[in-house]
Design a protein around this ligand. Sequence first.
Ligand code: NAD
Length: 381
Amino acid sequence: MSVVFAVPKESATGERRVAVVPEVVSRLTKAKHEVRVESGAGHEARYPDADFTAAGAKVVGDRASLYGGAQVVLRLQPPTNAELRGVAEGTVLVGLLNPSRNLDGVGRLRDAKLTSFALELLPRITRAQSMDVLSSQATVAGYRATLIGAELAPKFFPMLTTAAGTIRPARVLVLGAGVAGLMAIATAKRLGAIVEAYDVRRAAGEQVRSLGAKFLELQINAEGGGGYARELNDAEKAQEAEMLAKAVAEADVVITTAAIPGRRAPILLRKEMVARMHDGSVIVDLAAETGGNCELTKVGETLEVGGVTIAGPVNLPSQLPFHASQMYARNLESFVRLLLDPQGSLLTDYTDEILAASLLTRGGAVAHKPTADLLAAGGKG
Ligand code: NAD
């Protein structure tokens, strides 16, 4: 049995990625599935319609031809009301649906009676690694963050020995050494900077050191469930601020990536700490979208405060849309394989641990209990 997949053009402001790339289309169509792609869907990520057609996709110009008879919609961002028009009840929709911060959107998926899977909810188990869109997109974000820091800094990153004398290397400090932070560290090292990093999870130390950076150690280990960090208590926060103050004051570029799942990003850089940074130093706050790691960050803006440039970029993966889309599409392909039985038909029972954990809505109800509780508490949707 073959399945009909639909890939819409994303409409969110600033979104340049596409959920599926020609390489993945080609594997799906070889397996006798039909893939419909909305015309122009890959344009901004540099995947022209012609490449999708060559890979076996049907490139369609209107939503009725895209969704009519489609069983699975593959996308990136949560759909708007307008984007759900024409998607039939019972259709499977997979994407980054941002459940904890987009309750209205969850309500829309529920009311449209779609079977939706939110890729943020994938359990971080070994078997799910090939589907882990949070990791692949964080890799892109970490890389871009370092390049933004290098661009905004008035200094070279590498040490140079030239006829004009020796140039000292820049000092880069990375706060939060998860997937994005490690990529930021690796990129800054490749550019020749002196790199220091800090994380509340002690396990991150080994990974930081293996990249050739120095790990700033605090006598705290805040490793929570699932390899994530837990929130620090007030005494721990004070200890953390004291230790970080010196490293922050000495840095030319501070890249912050600290996050706690489902919560506001922890504040690591208070305005007093920024005030002690030297003229021309830079902060790139990757946590801007979840409240910011720096008290002074303004989401989506780059501002200067007392000689310190503070960037709060949003949707960094979209700034590298070709590879971000390719990685996302490969993750999605792995996930889709789980949704198919050996004959290539769509499964209807989601007993697999990965499917069960990421199922968000089904048959007019919210299947993910924490999100259902949030909706009930907020009365939204
Ligand atoms: P994340 O985006 O949730 O957080 C980024 C980092 O911020 C984390 O390393 C966290 O420890 C850190 N942080 C939180 N509070 C902090 C504070 N007050 N000060 C400094 N740092 C703070 O994390 P992530 O990048 O998604 O990865 C988190 C963990 O999950 C890592 O251990 C990673 O190796 C693991 N992981 C596992 C898999 C898998 O097994 N499939 C896949 C990806 C990541």
